[in-house]
Each structure stands twice: as C-alpha cells, then as structure tokens.
Design a protein around this ligand. Structure first.
Ligand code: R5P
Length: 289
C-alpha cells in the first residue's frame, strides 16, 4: 500500500524529515484562504488507496484544527484507506474538566471531532493530568510518545552538575523520569495558579543552588509565568545557570522575551517550530510509525 506524508507549509520541515527517514512520499497540502477568510484546501497528489499521515502541530489551534478536519474528510472522500494525524503538540488537553459551571470540556469535544474523521492520532507528551490516557477521550487508535529521553540526552550532554526542578505536581512525571535517565536529583515544587498570568510557586528557602546547572522542566511554556516564578526563586537562592526546558514551546505573547530577560536560557523541542528548538523529536515519531 502506498504511504504518503502530507505536510502543511509550516510543518514541512518535520513532515519531510519523517518522509525521508521512512522512505515514504512527501506531499505538501495547499491550505489557502478565500478572500473572506474561509479555508480553501487542496491535496497536491492522489491519495486514493493510500495510507495518509497528516503532519500538523496544534498550537493556536482553532484554524489549524479546522484545516485538519477538512483535510481528513477530503482524504476520505478521495479514497484514502487510512488517515492518521501526527500532531506533535495536541491542543486543548488542559481543558479536561468543567472548571466552572456550564463550561465546555474542550478536550473531549476536540477528540470527538477527530474520532469522526481520522483512523489514528499520534502525539508527543500530551498534557495528561486528569485523564490517565488518551484512550479516555479517543475511540480511534491513539499513540502517546514521549520526548523524555531526548530531554535527558540534551541535559546529559550540555549541562554540568545538573539539578532538575519540576514547577508543579503535573510536571512530576517528566521531572522524575528525566532525572532518572540523567542520573541526577529532581525537586518538584508546589504551584497555585490564580489566573493565567498570576501563579505562585512554593519553594523551600533552605535550598541552595550554588555550583549547579538548574534545569526547570515542564511539558509546555505558555504564558511563561510558571517558569518565570521558578527562575526568580532559584536566582534568589543563589542559582546562576538556569535553563528553562520545555517539550512544547507554545509561548504566548511575550513569554519567551520575559524568560530571556530574567537571564534564563530557554530550550525547547521542535514539536512547535521556534528559535529555541534544540531538541529534535523526528526520530521519536519515525521509530513509532
Ligand atoms: C500546567 O500544568 C502545565 O504543565 C504548565 O505548567 C503550564 O501550562 C505552563 O503555563 P504557563 O507558561 O502559562 O505558566
């Protein structure tokens, strides 16, 4: 059966790398706009009878999601036998319960829409907090990959005398695993989020960070306020070499600038294209396909 990796203009780098490493054909998806802003989407090759791997990451998701739905339904209409979405960053996963009365549980709705048009989904380190597995919301085949090993490699190679910090309970899974792989200590802090931009971190004031390379690890940096609070506390306790390392560089507005101005070195994986990408996840996907 023919296998086809289909990439959007912005995901071409990753899609081409996957196609090259697998020896499969690459094809670009033409996702344009009509004058009124509506999506005008077109495959640029015949998908009939093939397995189609759509590669699109889903930060700032709404337009991208709509394009994914259009692409999946169109591939089906054009006779594709199997349609799988490779979304290195999966959106809406933090909306995993009704936090306020009458609120949408967006992750469930997003998954339902994907279940209706895809045969499978593959993603890297989705924000699994209240859900233990993607199977709780996806009825299609779902594959959860992790960039833990790649983060550990980076820390092992680049940081001298590392100490890993997880900013909150949710980051425990990543901080603990990466520390075990690196062979260093990990500290997990307590966080309280009041609003999107107001977070408080509780750190033991008796800690001392002199001489250590501090790697603050989180699955994502969004507004950057979680990382910023940790960086300020670490600096106040003598930490000098501070690395903010995330898997998904969502970076809302000034997040990256704010962390850089605090003197932290920001490092990310390329689940979302950004100038801080230093950790490549293409092999993780290739191995899983
Ligand atoms: C939440 O639990 C996540 O693991 C991250 O800590 C959070 O999403 C980061 O958000 P922000 O950068 O907006 O503080």
């Amino acid at each position: 059966m023919k296998r086809l990796v289909v990439g959007w203009a912005e995901s071409t780098g990753l899609a081409k790398a996957i196609a090259r490493k697998k020896g499969w054909k690459f094809s670009i998806l033409d996702a344009g706009r009509f004058p009124d802003g509506e999506i005008n989407l077109r495959f640029t090759c015949d998908v009939k009878g093939g397995e189609v791997y759509l590669v699109q990451t889903l930060h700032n998701p709404d337009e991208r999601l709509m394009e994914v739905f259009f692409a999946a339904h169109t591939a089906r209409e054009l006779g594709a036998k199997k349609i799988v979405l490779i979304a290195p960053y999966l959106c809406y996963m933090r909306q995993d319960k009704r936090f306020r009365p009458y609120e949408a549980v967006s992750s469930r709705i997003m998954a339902k829409m994907m279940n209706s048009c895809l045969d499978g989904i593959m993603t890297i380190d989705p924000h699994l907090h209240r859900y233990k597995s993607l199977r709780e919301i996806f009825t299609i085949e779902s594959k959860t990959l992790t960039a833990d090993g790649a983060l550990a490699d980076f820390i092992r190679k680049k940081l001298k005398n590392p100490l890993i910090i997880g900013p909150d309970a949710e980051s425990y899974q990543w901080a603990k695993d990466v520390a075990r792989m690196v062979g260093c200590e990990a500290i997990v802090l307590k966080k309280k989020r009041y609003t999107a931009k107001h977070v408080a971190i509780r750190m033991d004031k008796k800690l001392s960070f002199g001489g250590k390379s501090i790697a603050v690890i989180d699955d994502m940096i969004s507004t950057g306020h979680t990382m910023a609070e940790v960086v300020k506390d670490v600096k106040s306790l003598g930490g000098r070499k501070i690395y903010c390392i995330c898997i998904h560089p969502v970076f809302v507005n000034e997040a990256y600038g704010m962390l850089s101005r605090l003197g932290a070195k920001v490092i990310s994986s390329n689940t979302i294209p950004h100038k801080t990408n230093r950790i490549d996840i293409s092999d993780i996907i290739v191995k899983a396909l």
